[in-house]
Design a protein around this ligand. Structure first.
Ligand code: GLC
Length: 672
């Protein structure tokens, strides 16, 4: 592909340091630039260190799934896929490793992608307030510099280089329900029935690890989920899809076909002596498929057929950082430690040492250093390719699913990811908590993920860990109605949080119905963003770069080209201050009724009771609005009204399942 022609006026250059592993994150064929790397000073004393002086007002955007603000300045982040359920301000790395940044550079912004599969540290004005320091442990890395005249054009050039974002089936835009502990078919049936009885829309129910036999991939527990095929059919007759989880670790068990085949063919990651590496995850001791080995990747991917043959049309890939509770070596070390301490009475220091030792067995760096991948580029230590594991697990599924179901979109998303994986699936943002701050976290991560190509995204609505509350749930749903993946998911042992569990269920119903009324808009904007390499969620700073207040507003977002959202993310609030960077029409959903009210540019306190949703349509624009529906299959795309003071809207529609995305007949202009 001729990249220069593809991107028109925009520029992207590739600089090679050492002998980097080809991550295949960048799709376009970009030749090496032999000039010195611009903007940065490079120090190669230990790994590589790239240093750049930041202008006083320069914001730094990007890093995909990272904690803190949309503007990343003022803190330090690691790019290292991490299974860490404590998403606090101090969390330096989460499940995804997305090392793309836009640096404002005193009015001459540029983008930079550090394409390196091992850990990178981004110190963005943390140690020295005016310096960006990027350090890699690995001296072998590709660095891409992307030039452009705006944040948008830089992002678009980058997105064109990394390839088209994943497009899910339309039903995956519906409201979906999940929980770790739907233990059998009757529980799932009850969840579906209760949604129907309460008139709550629903499109899918997720199956967590409980559907499997002893948590073994590509098995079904015959006692509790027997005849899954008939069950999937029964659900589909009610327009409900079942979406099972697939975990990375394969249980070590004699006679289990996946284990036997993996061992016989050498498809698992190995220790230094070439024996399959052993780590404990949900099924107990497991081996990790070597997703960096194309043969193993194809082998594992084709196993999804076991479930597609039963009528399954969607999957979520989990524990693929890969998460390690403890390794075989940790078992030996722990037994030794305990034996030592058992010799004498335990002191406070001893107790603390033991406690620290045990907790540090989980996701331990020594383990990540001790296993290997067999790749076409050679044998590599896992630690040097760590960030590619979840990416290639999802690639494995996606490539095989395109063989199994060539003409059909399959829902697919992952926990761990790297740039490049956005072509194969979406992501959910992992094990968050039922905390108000995590609503704000989600608002901030959405545009950063879009910059890195991830469009099909969403958080566990209501919070995965700890007990949710009714008001938190309502407020989170009010944000969730705008995210492509809209899934209520929670952990085993927490308060039950399906919408029908709460008092005055009609409040929940109104919010969910609004989602379905907005799907023609959300789907159109999603498809335009995916097909044109644009962002769906945009920071105000990107759209109004000359407006100082907009530039510093990090709790409001543009969703598509027409609307702005300003979600409430504090408890007991009666509303919130909203900054309108231009005149806009507020759309209020109250008791299921929709009203429009114009507002002028500026600051406003907008009252938003917890059972109402307010969003804003930009001046001169309008959005399509459907009649209420209880399922995506019921949405009537032929009788849409237009909300807002604009006169026309470019609607994108298709059959929602096939792959004829670029057919011009999918675009229709709706006029008032
Ligand atoms: C992990 C996943 C979570 C899932 C649980 C059990 O914590 O992130 O979503 O429910 O494992 O499978």
């Amino acid at each position: 592909m001729n990249f220069a022609r593809m991107t028109g006026v925009f520029m992207i250059k590739k600089y090679i340091f050492g002998k980097p592993f080809d991550t295949e994150a960048v799709f376009a064929n970009i030749p090496e630039c032999n000039d010195a790397l611009p903007y940065f000073e490079v120090d190669a004393t230990e790994g590589l260190k790239f240093t750049l002086k930041l202008g006083k007002e320069d914001a730094v955007y990007g890093l995909g799934e990272a904690s803190r603000g949309i503007n990343k300045r003022g803190y330090v982040y690691d790019s290292f896929c991490s299974d860490d359920p404590n998403h606090t301000e101090a969390t330096r790395s989460l499940y995804g490793a997305h090392s793309f940044l836009i640096i404002e550079n005193s009015g001459k912004p540029f983008g930079v992608f550090f394409d390196c599969p091992s850990k990178i540290t981004f110190d963005i004005g943390f140690t020295r307030k005016d310096y960006l320091e990027v350090s890699t442990q690995n001296p072998d890395i590709n660095v891409y510099i992307i030039e452009g005249d705006s944040h948008y054009s830089i992002t678009e050039s980058f997105r064109k280089a990394i390839g088209r974002s994943y497009i899910p089936p339309m039903w995956a835009f519906g409201y979906t329900q999940s929980r770790w502990s739907y233990m059998d078919k009757d529980t799932v049936r009850e969840v579906v029935r209760k949604h129907k009885e309460a008139n709550l829309p629903l499109d899918a129910v997720y199956l967590d690890i409980d559907y499997m036999e002893s948590y073994k991939d590509f098995t079904v527990n015959e006692d509790t989920f027997g005849d899954l095929e008939a069950f999937a059919k029964e659900m589909k007759e009610q327009n409900i899809r079942l979406v099972p989880i697939i975990d990375a670790g394969v249980k070590i068990e004699k006679g289990y076909d996946i284990y036997e085949e993996g061992v016989d063919n050498g498809y698992f990651c190995t220790d230094k002596d070439g024996n399959p590496f052993e780590a404990c995850v949900w099924p107990g001791m497991t081996h990790f498929p070597d997703f960096l080995n194309p043969e193993a990747r194809r082998w594992f991917g084709l196993k999804y057929k076991f479930l597609t043959d039963k009528g399954i049309e969607g999957f979520w890939n989990d524990m693929n950082e890969p998460a390690i509770f403890f390794s075989r070596k940790s078992v030996t070390d722990t037994e030794k430690k305990i034996r030592e301490y058992a010799k004498e009475e335990l002191t406070l220091d001893g107790f603390n040492d033991l406690k620290h030792f045990l907790s540090s067995r989980q996701n331990n760096m020594e383990d990540y250093e001790s296993f290997y991948h067999n790749t076409p580029q050679g044998r590599y230590r896992h630690i040097d390719l760590h960030n590619l594991y979840g990416y290639n697990m999802t690639r494995s599924a996606s490539e095989a699913l395109s063989e199994i179901e060539p003409d059909k979109r399959i829902l697919l998303f992952s926990r761990a990811s790297y740039i490049g994986m956005h072509r194969y699936g979406g992501i959910w943002t992992g094990d968050n908590h039922a905390w108000w701050s995590h609503i704000l976290n989600e608002i901030r991560v959405l545009p950063s993920l879009n910059m890195c190509g991830f469009l099909y995204i969403g958080a566990d609505i209501g919070g995965f860990g700890c007990d949710t509350s009714r008001d938190l749930m309502l407020r989170w749903l009010s944000l969730g109605i705008f995210t492509p993946l809209m899934r209520n998911h929670s952990a085993l042992g927490t308060r039950l949080q399906e919408c029908y569990r709460f008092e005055d269920t009609e409040d929940f119903r109104h919010i969910l119905e609004l989602r379905y009324r907005l799907i023609p808009y959300l789907y159109s904007e999603y498809m335009k963003a995916a097909l044109e390499d644009k962002m769906l969620f945009k920071p105000l700073a990107f759209e109004y770069p000359d407006d100082e207040i907009a530039r510093h507003t990090e709790d409001q977002l543009l969703v598509g080209n027409e609307i702005m959202i300003a979600p409430v993310y504090t408890q007991n609030a009666i509303g919130r201050y909203v900054y309108l960077p231009e005149d806009m029409t507020a759309i209020r959903m109250s008791g299921g009724e929709i009203t429009e009210k114009p507002y002028v540019k500026g600051h406003h306190f907008i009252e938003i009771p917890e059972n109402e949703v307010v969003f804003f349509i930009r001046k001169g624009k309008c959005i399509p609005f459907a009649e209420s529906a209880k399922n995506t299959s019921e949405i009537d795309f032929t009788s849409l009204s237009l909300l807002g003071d604009g006169n026309e809207y470019l609607l994108y529609t298709d059959d929602g399942i096939g792959k004829d995305f670029d057919n011009p007949s999918n675009r229709k202009i709706l006029k008032k």
